[in-house]
Design a protein around this ligand. Structure first.
Ligand code: CA
Length: 223
């Protein structure tokens, strides 16, 4: 899952980026409203964390611009504006979640998870497929109740596929959602991650649709 963090305060953004990466997300950072607007319109994010008091363009204006353009990405506002009428303005501009500073990182992460899973049509923080469980709170995976250690990229690939069960996800789409903007993107590495995941989780879980991509399928469903 790939997140856009919009925050102009360097110390704070560093802390949030660190927490996000620790929780299995890839992160792009925008330090002003103009860059945020551009990135939001051009990159396929799974969620946005948006400060409101920003240089160049105010966060509220960025958000309403995205919504007018039809962008449906889940947005968590993170701001010092804590009055009730400011919150109302935030939701009316198209926010899904609203967190006021000062805040606990745990709350921000929980609201982010909630935004992402609602957008993907899930209700639970634990994603399941057959005997496989991926816990988005713990950033952990288990199979038949046994923990399965994954590398960060293996986790990212599996998490994206499990957020879209039964859907064929192309290699390009996977690459766009597991790497941040600054990463070297080599599409061959996706195949390597898939191969390693199959070795750890069994060959039946991730199906290859030749020429189209990959799909997570419940092995017990017999498809
Ligand atoms: Ca700010």
């Amino acid at each position: 899952m790939r997140i856009l963090l919009v925050e102009d305060e360097p110390d704070l953004s560093r802390q949030i980026v660190q927490a996000l990466e620790h929780n299995g997300y890839s992160v792009d950072l925008a330090g002003d409203g103009e860059e945020a607007r551009y990135l939001g319109e051009t990159e396929p994010y799974d969620a946005v964390i948006l400060d409101l008091g920003l240089p160049k363009i105010d966060g509220l204006e960025v958000l309403s611009g995205w919504r007018q353009a039809g962008l449906e990405v889940p947005v968590v506002i993170l701001t010092a504006r804590s009055a009730w009428n400011q919150k109302v303005a935030g939701f009316d501009a198209g926010a899904d979640q609203y967190v006021t500073k000062p805040f606990r990182i745990e709350e921000l992460l929980a609201r982010l998870r909630a935004g992402i899973r609602r957008a993907a049509g899930h209700t639970e923080a634990v994603l399941e497929c057959g005997e496989l469980r991926l816990d988005t709170r713990q950033v952990s995976v288990s199979l038949n109740g046994e923990p399965v250690p994954l590398t960060p990229y293996e986790y990212k690939v599996l998490s994206y596929l499990l957020h879209h069960p039964g859907e064929v996800v192309s290699r390009t789409e996977l690459i766009e959602h597991i790497y941040d903007r600054d990463s070297d993107r080599d599409s061959n590495t996706v195949e390597v991650f898939i191969r390693r995941l199959r070795r750890k989780l069994g060959v039946d879980l991730i199906r290859t649709q030749r020429g189209r991509g990959y799909a997570v399928v419940d092995p017990s469903a017999g498809l």
